[in-house]
Design a protein around this ligand. Structure first.
Ligand SMILES: [Zn+2]
Length: 231
């Protein structure tokens, strides 16, 4: 059985013999590089006389083969570049879609399907220094605390020396002695810097305005108070 390499070798010998068969060193009657290149790229149909010339002119045959080979290389390179670009686009597209689907926009509270609240906006009320303990006579209004009206989760940093555990929180209209509009039970836990904080879901964001917060450990009558603004 003839090996492929041998067949290729034989083919080359035949081809070379053909290419040497019609020497035309003066290039008499040759159609020129541009035309042969155009034929090699199949840009034009060569007419009969040109085809006949190329068949009987070894240099033109050689040129045609060379240009065909060059053109094939150009096409393969172009295809490889396009394929690489397409691959990059596809990979980027997949990455982008995954990124989008895993990062809900800041304003979307619900994700379709499981209806679980995700990525709810959090507002923080820092009453660490400003919590007023009635009955102690130690009334110290601290800096005004503000949360955005889009916040649904509230983090309340409890006044200094507050203990962790279950708390009752009342949100009051206007001020800390206003009408109670919301009652929440939440567990306070120790945070960094010796702070104790409550975190709870308001259920729905508060409308812009002034509010008061009153909170006490569950089962205790030791209320603490704070005021805040929703903007
Ligand atoms: Zn020629």
């Amino acid at each position: 059985m003839m090996r492929f390499g041998q067949a290729k070798h034989d083919e080359r010998i035949v081809q070379q013999a053909f290419l040497d068969a019609f020497p035309n060193p003066e290039r008499i009657g040759c159609p020129g590089d541009d035309l042969i290149r155009a034929i090699a790229r199949k840009k034009i149909d060569s007419d009969k006389s040109v085809r006949r010339h190329i068949r009987r002119c070894s240099p033109c045959s050689q040129d045609l083969l060379t240009f065909r080979h060059q053109w094939r290389t150009v096409k393969i390179t172009r295809f490889a570049v396009l394929a690489a670009a397409a691959t990059v686009l596809i990979v980027f597209g997949i990455y982008w879609r995954q990124t989008i689907s895993h990062s809900p926009s800041p304003h979307s509270n619900l994700i379709a399907g499981n209806q679980q609240p995700l990525n709810l906006e959090t507002g923080t009320l820092d009453f660490y220094d400003s919590g007023v303990r009635r009955g102690t006579g130690n009334v110290a209004p601290g800096p005004v605390q503000t949360v955005r009206s889009s916040a649904r989760i509230l983090v309340v940093i409890l006044p200094m020396a507050s203990l962790p555990g279950e708390y009752e929180v009342q949100i009051r209209n206007g001020s800390d002695d206003g009408k109670t509009i919301k009652v929440v039970r939440a567990i306070a836990s120790n945070k960094a810097n010796g702070r104790t904080a409550l975190q709870f879901d308001l259920g729905a964001p508060l409308l812009p305005g002034s509010y008061g917060a009153a909170f006490r450990p569950q089962g205790s009558n030791l209320w603490s108070y704070g005021t805040f603004t929703v903007q």
